[in-house]
Design a protein around this ligand. Structure first.
Ligand code: PMP
Length: 410
């Protein structure tokens, strides 16, 4: 993998920010987009733009073909058995809400248990709270180990015959922990429960094979994997998608409409009411082509190298606390930290003055912040276009931030 060549694909990396070359360390929030994706979007709008599945004119057929080809590309990328198991959504949040609304709310009843972890992103937490509120199901949390990982004995204790659904992130967006979702899916299946995986931070960064993982649903976002914003995916096992209710009702998702009733199309179209996310899906297809041309194994090992280097460089810095596993081996490409006595927003502001973009805040994981006993944290996250020199820049930026605030505090 030639990172210097890859960097040339990303026009935004030529930006200067506050007089410094941009050092973009916020890909867990959203990734940058390569020329190959931007050009496909431009070409679509310049040459093929039309609504899909409706007209019988030439542009309509071209747009429909491109949209359905994108579905096939995504299916191959995650090794789904068939393209019909890929539903285009607005992103991870919408995908998870659709499962909560259309599947869990219909299938769960009072006393059923939903097993989660306390480190979930709000979008893999609040939908299940809502399911619990409306069905009487109960939320159960697998405790975290001090480094944010899960102990299999705790997972085994949490999953019982009352469990109907287990939901967790494949990779935590705060701690970087990679959860053993294949093993946990097997435990869920032993008791007849389904396994919902939030793949927002895994699908962009490592090979993900839904058949190998055995997950029942997988949700992810295009914008974190070099694709456009506004598009994401819900993958589901066919038999579950078939019983799952649509969330949105209207044009395109119907079969026959009477004055007092209607029937739906088959999966996946029954979930894509209204004009679908045509350009977004085509752009995501281009992103999948781009990532595949580099190779997900290569991207994963590049992330691993960067995170190991970042942990090595940052762990010696006095006054810097790093959260999550201390080794880069079984960890996603991000490092979350706090600088003693300095608010993460201030850390981020000082870094921004040097052209370095990181994320500061609660990362949509307030219960996890409480577990860490902090209000918020800073997070640097890496992707295929980052280099060790970006991490050196972060290290020097953090040193400047420390000095600046030590002087300011006096
Ligand atoms: N889950 C995880 C683990 C995430 O990191 C994110 C994005 N920060 C989401 C869910 C939500 O993704 P989106 O905002 O694209 O719907």
């Amino acid at each position: 993998m030639n990172v210097q060549e890859i960097r040339k694909d990303f026009p935004i990396l030529e930006e200067t920010v506050n007089g410094h070359p941009l050092v973009y360390l916020d890909s867990a929030a959203t990734s940058q987009k390569p020329r190959q994706v931007i050009e496909v979007l431009q070409k679509y709008y310049e040459h093929d733009n039309s609504n899909v599945h409706r007209g019988v004119h030439t542009l309509g057929s071209r747009a429909t073909e491109a949209y359905e080809l994108a579905r096939e590309k995504v299916a191959r990328f995650i090794r789904a058995k068939s393209a019909e198991q890929v539903v285009f959504t607005r992103g991870t949040t919408e995908s998870l809400n659709m499962v909560a609304y259309g599947y869990a709310r219909q299938q769960l009843k009072e006393g059923d248990e939903i097993v989660l972890t306390p480190s979930e992103h709000h979008s893999n937490l609040i939908p299940w709270q809502q399911v619990a509120r409306t069905t009487g199901a109960v939320l159960k949390y697998i405790p975290l180990q001090p480094d944010g990982t899960l102990a299999m004995e705790d997972v085994k204790t949490a999953i019982t015959p009352a469990t109907k659904l287990v939901a967790m992130a494949h990779v935590s967006n705060v701690l970087g922990t990679i959860h053993p979702v294949r093993e946990i899916a097997a435990l869920a299946h032993e008791v007849g429960a389904i396994m919902v995986v939030d793949g927002a931070q895994s699908v962009p960064h490592m090979p993900v094979d839904v058949q190998d993982l055995g997950c029942d649903f997988l949700a992810f976002s295009g914008h974190k994997m070099c694709g456009p914003t506004g598009v994401g995916v819900l993958y589901g096992k066919r038999e579950l998608l078939d019983v799952m209710e649509p969330t949105y009702f209207g044009g395109e998702m119907i079969d026959i409409v009477e004055l007092h009733s209607a029937t739906w199309k088959d999966t996946p179209y029954k979930f894509e009411g209204g004009t679908p996310i045509i350009a977004g899906a085509i752009g995501l297809g281009a992103a999948v082509d781009y990532l595949s041309s580099i190779g997900m194994e290569e991207i994963r090992s590049h992330d691993q190298k960067l995170v190991a280097y970042a942990l090595e460089r940052l762990s010696d810095m006095p006054g810097l606390s790093i959260y999550g596993p201390k080794s880069g081996v079984n960890r996603g490409g991000l490092v979350t930290f706090n600088l003693d006595g300095v608010h993460p927003h201030d850390v981020s502001t000082v870094l921004d003055a040097e052209g370095i973009a990181i994320r500061a805040g609660h990362h949509c994981a307030q219960p996890l912040m409480r577990w860490l006993n902090v209000g918020s944290t800073a997070r640097a996250s890496f992707y295929l276009y980052n280099t060790e020199s970006d991490i050196d820049a972060l290290f020097h930026g953090l040193q400047s931030a420390k000095e600046f605030f030590q002087h300011a505090i006096g």
